[in-house]
Design a protein around this ligand. Sequence first.
Ligand code: ZN
Length: 173
Amino acid sequence: MTATSSVPVELDASRGESWLHGSPVLMLSRAEMARLQGAVAGGPGEAAWQAAARQAAREWCREEARATGADGVTVLTRYLDSLAHRGWGRFELLYCRPEDCGAGVRVYNSPFAAIPGARPPACRTFLAWLEGAMGWACPDPDYAPVAEERCCAAGGAEACEFVIRPSVASDDD
Ligand SMILES: [Zn+2]
C-alpha cells in the first residue's frame, strides 16, 4: 500500500534555489546522501559531521518551540514528521520521556540502510539527529543523550530501531 501526496517545491530559477515550506532546500538523491555519510563514517571527519547534525536537530526543535510554544514531546514528534516529509523514511516514536532523557524511535525505509552494501548499524546520522533533538528536550543539564541503533534494516530487520538514553555529561564530547 502506498500513500503519496504532493508538496510544492518552489524553484527560484534566477537564484538557482529550491524552496520547501518557506526554507531553501537542496534536493539530492537518497543514495547520494548515503554515500556522503559513508565517506565520513569511521574517518577523521565523522565527529564533526555528527556534531553538525546534532546542532541542526537542536536548532530545529528550539525554533519550533519558539514559534509554536509546543511542549517537548510534541516538538520531537513534529521533528520526526519533518524528517519524514523531507524523505528520510517513516518515523515512529515508540515512547518519549524528556525528563528521563529517554526515547525509542523506529524508522522504516532509512536511506542509509537501503543502499547496496550497507552494513548494520548503518544509520549514523540518525543517531546524531536523535541525540540533538533529545538534548534540546531533556531539561536536566547533567544528562547527555546517547542514541544507539539496536537493529538496522541493513541487517534484514523490518525497520531500524533506536534507543536514546542518558549518560552523565562529560567533557569528552
Ligand atoms: Zn538502520
